[in-house]
Design a protein around this ligand. Structure first.
Ligand SMILES: Nc1nc2c(ncn2[C@@H]2O[C@H](COP(=O)(O)OP(=O)(O)OP(=O)(O)O)[C@@H](O)[C@H]2O)c(=O)[nH]1
Ligand SMILES: [Mg+2]
Length: 340
């Protein structure tokens, strides 16, 4: 399953620097705004200590980790929606992603320029969010025009009512992901339209010298908990490896993803899947033919494997489970699907 995250923020806040750290690439990251003029693509492995443990137990060196695609989007500025800066054409790069990593400059350094001259991540956050909200308003207006043309069916009428509600929220400066108790049919609309402010987001405060003053301000003003904001010293990331790994894990968890594993003679393969998926969904992620011809699956828990150290010992101790297609995959399940 492909997970895509995009890195957004004002120009020159360290987005490409973060992209390089995450993806191990060397794209241009320079001290001037709009250094990035077209989106960059890369990917990062999801760190998972369990894979090394499985590798030792089964004596298999080849590990295939699950990964997340990362897109480094060009910097957004105030009035990008009216064409300022590089305009808002890059917002379409965000549309196809699952999660927004919003980088905020949280370090003082007069040598690194800031497009608005002062360091103020609270203001910066609101500028970028406003541009995303304006894009969503534009999307709603376009959709409303279409609906008004054909608004004789009940479904479209419901959609119109819901979109009006969304519009009112956006006009008040509220992101659509603040909405609670959304009915299934409205969820369907939100997902179909793929609103930018409905996407999950995580903030990265780019700090230096262990100065958390701006992070604290952000946390206080917006009631952000440790799952929604993380501070990283992007420039000295070698000292900040833990936080980089933490960021990847947080993105993964925020999207409600879990891992399951397959093991054969040659390799240990980690796959990711949405929490609440069935083993049949898992089969489809491995190969559509395996899903089509699914019979049943052996399922072992990671913890049992760590305790008993071999599949044979698990079988002897009745720790092998045979599950049918409706079994809900758990994080860390090791599966061996039988198919025709
Ligand atoms: N001192 C310091 N400089 C940083 C830090 N992070 C990034 N920089 C510098 O800030 C400048 C901008 O970084 P980029 O990664 O190019 O910024 P960007 O957000 O991609 O900018 P655009 O592509 O223009 O939108 C570079 O010179 C980086 O070396 C940091 O944590 N501390
Ligand atoms: Mg850049």
């Amino acid at each position: 399953m492909n997970i895509k995250c995009c890195i957004v923020g004002l120009p020159n806040v360290g987005k490409s620097a973060l992209f390089n750290v995450l993806t191990n690439q060397q794209i241009n990251s320079q001290n001037y705004p709009f250094c990035t003029i077209k989106s960059n693509l890369g990917s990062v492995n999801v760190p998972d200590d369990r894979l090394n443990k499985l590798s030792n137990i089964f004596n298999i060196k080849n590990i295939i980790k699950s990964n997340i695609e990362i897109i480094d989007v060009a910097g957004l500025v105030k009035n990008a929606s009216q064409g300022m800066g590089l305009g808002n054409k890059f917002l379409s790069d965000i549309r196809n992603t699952n999660l927004i990593i919003h980088v905020l400059r949280c370090f003082d350094n007069t040598e690194i320029s800031h497009i608005y001259n002062t360091v103020d991540p609270l203001r910066d956050k609101e500028i970028v969010e406003l541009e995303l909200q304006l894009k969503d308003l534009e999307t709603i207006d376009k959709r409303m025009l279409k609906i008004n043309k054909y608004c004789d069916t009940k479904n479209l009428l419901n959609e119109k009512i819901f979109l009006d509600k969304c519009k009112n929220l956006l006009l008040k400066g509220v992101n659509l992901n603040y909405m609670q108790d959304i009915s299934n049919s409205n969820l369907h609309i939100l997902n179909n339209i793929s609103f930018l402010t409905y996407k999950k987001s995580i903030f990265v405060g780019n700090i230096s010298n262990n100065n958390y003053i701006y992070i604290d301000k952000l946390k206080n003003k917006y009631s952000l908990d440790n799952d929604s904001i993380i501070s990283i010293d992007i420039n000295s990331y070698k000292n900040d490896c833990d936080n980089i790994n933490l960021l990847i894990k947080k993105c993964f968890n925020m999207l409600n993803m879990i891992n399951f594993f397959t093991i054969d003679n040659k390799e240990i393969h980690s796959w990711c899947i949405k929490k609440g998926s069935t083993i049949l969904d898992a089969a489809g992620i491995i190969h559509s033919d395996i899903k089509k011809n699914f019979i049943c699956s052996e399922v072992y828990s990671y913890y049992d494997i760590c305790e008993y150290k071999s599949l044979n010992a698990l079988k002897l101790n009745y720790k092998k489970n045979i599950k049918g297609k409706d079994y809900l995959i758990k994080d860390g399940d090791i599966i061996n699907i039988k198919h025709r």
